[in-house]
Design a protein around this ligand. Structure first.
Ligand SMILES: Cc1cc2nc3c(=O)[nH]c(=O)nc-3n(C[C@H](O)[C@H](O)[C@H](O)COP(=O)(O)OP(=O)(O)OC[C@H]3O[C@@H](n4cnc5c(N)ncnc54)[C@H](O)[C@@H]3O)c2cc1C
Length: 469
């Protein structure tokens, strides 16, 4: 069987990895348009490791977390893991910006008389029927009021770099959204915990089996809040690209796709199966399929700074802080890299990353500044006074255009229609990557692994089977 993988980001490389193991007889061709593998994984090593894209991975307890760790172990990178234990200050301490000051994120800060009142009175909502998909902001405001919706909005800045009034409640809130089918979210969550459905029991059992496969590594990872890799996350993509048993091609763009054939900038490829690991909007340019251009993708400014002083002189030992909307510089959050992933570099310098833009440049009405470094510095000087007298040794801006998908309300319904539209492809096209189920690196890798395992079992996956879980 000849399998062609489109896109050499983390999803495409993981698809090649999982297929080469699950279907050892398969001939694999991977086509990447740019001159490097890794996609949004963009680590640079300039004395210290700087990330322009993803930096840390949360193991969690889901199947996806275990699948990622297994891949890391299977390719021999277990010893490169830099864990962040759950009880470490960087895992425990997270802040949000309130009136220019860092306030700890935690149950105590969320428990105001107003939020407690809204949670306690939500079960009285029993008489209002569940609604079809709506935005996270509208769902949470309707169910719990403005204070809780505002807290969620700040959190979503850090994950999706998007406005909670644009994001789909069904796609983002998971069981929290599903619980509304019991009319009250609070009572629904309680009911679902006490009497889990068959599907939910299956999901839990599958995750437990994935974690059990990891043996001692799984037990150890249960104590981690997150982890990184020595040399940055590009250690993973570089290693995959150099060790894969596949025909890996750079500087070759896929131009069109029909069942059984892939036309690229270098010629025609006849193939038995295609796994599209390119963003949906790119897939829309080469194949006639519905809904691929509905979700926009957010554009984020990422500015890495390095200062010649230890972090203890600059900021608290913590992961970093999130910024609620209305920041005058359009900042979404700041990661204290030196303490967020302690053990990655030497601690005589301080690394910080400012994330900005996203909904400010698409939804909140501000425009992209001509350069990213100045507003990022102005913001930092306002929050961390010790920086005012220091000059950074590195100030590296990355403008990440259209980098994280914003799942608009109705996403799941559109994905079901997309799945139906794949029928005429007779099981020869599968879709994987950030554009469909979830944007985290774990989601991307798990989407590729699921397709490989279905192909190994003689099935014809669309990659959208998660919709039926
Ligand atoms: C700034 C930022 C920070 C993030 N932080 C985190 C984090 O800390 N933790 C986390 O879990 N996740 C994080 N994410 C999300 C995660 O990094 C991405 O969702 C993930 O890397 C996407 O991988 P992908 O392979 O699906 O897509 P991509 O990385 O977009 O790869 C797709 C590839 O396809 C290629 N391509 C496109 N069109 C064609 C074509 N026609 N022909 C051939 N090739 C083509 C592209 O060149 C690209 O290399 C972050 C993302 C960003 C942008």
């Amino acid at each position: 069987m000849h399998i062609t993988i489109l896109g050499g980001g983390l999803t495409g490389l993981s698809a090649a990895h999982h297929i080469s193991r699950a279907v050892p007889t398969a001939q694999i061709t991977l086509i990447e348009a740019s001159n490097r593998f890794g996609g949004w994984v963009q680590s640079t090593r300039q004395g210290v490791v700087l990330e322009g894209g993803p930096r840390s991975i949360r193991p969690g307890r889901s199947s996806a977390g275990a699948i990622m760790l297994k891949m890391i172990r299977d390719i021999g990178l277990e010893s490169s893991i830099v864990p962040v234990p759950r009880d470490s200050p960087s895992a425990r301490n997270r802040f949000f910006l309130k009136d220019g000051k860092l306030e700890p994120v935690g149950v105590r800060s969320a428990l105001t008389p107003r939020t407690v009142f809204s949670v306690l009175t939500e079960p009285l909502d029993l008489f209002r029927p569940a609604r079809s998909d709506e935005s996270v902001d509208s769902f949470l405001t309707r169910k719990f009021g403005h204070s809780i919706a505002a807290l969620a909005s700040t959190g979503l800045h850090g994950i999706y770099a998007a406005s909670s009034s644009d994001l789909s409640a069904e796609a983002i809130l998971g069981s929290f959204y599903k619980a509304q089918s019991y009319r009250s979210v609070v009572l629904g969550l309680l009911w679902m915990k006490l009497f889990p459905s068959t599907a939910s029991k299956r999901t839990t059992a599958t995750a437990a089996a994935h974690w059990a496969q990891l043996g001692p590594l799984g037990k150890e990872a249960a104590t981690w809040a997150s982890y990184g890799l020595q040399g940055g996350l590009a250690t993973l993509t570089d290693h995959l690209a150099s060790s894969l048993r596949a025909d890996l091609r750079l500087n070759e763009k896929v131009l069109s796709l029909t069942p059984g054939t892939v036309r690229t900038s270098r010629g025609l490829i006849t193939t038995d199966h295609v796994i599209a690991c390119i963003p949906p909007a790119e897939l829309a340019k080469i194949a006639s399929l519905p809904h691929l251009t509905v979700n926009p993708s957010t554009t984020v400014g990422v500015v890495n700074f390095v200062y010649p002083a230890p972090p203890s002189q600059i900021h608290p030992e913590a992961f970093g802080y999130l910024v609620p909307k209305h920041d005058p510089h359009g900042v979404l959050g700041v990661v204290f890299d030196s303490t967020a992933l302690p053990g990655l570099d030497d601690h005589s310098v301080t690394k910080l990353t400012v994330m900005m833009g996203g909904p400010y440049w698409s939804t909140y009405g501000s425009s992209m500044p001509p350069n990213l470094v100045s507003p990022a510095l102005e913001h930092l000087h306002g929050v961390l006074p010790a920086l005012r007298s220091l000059t950074p040794t590195h100030a590296i801006p990355h403008l990440q255009r259209d980098c994280i998908p914003t799942y608009l309300p109705g996403h799941y319904a559109r994905m079901r229609e997309l799945g139906a539209a794949l029928q005429p492809w007779h099981g020869t096209l599968s879709l994987a990557g950030a554009g469909y189920y979830g944007p985290s690196v774990n989601d991307c890798v798990a989407s590729a692994a699921a397709i490989a395992s279905a192909l190994a079992n003689g099935q014809h996956p669309t990659g959208l089977e998660w919709l039926n879980a």
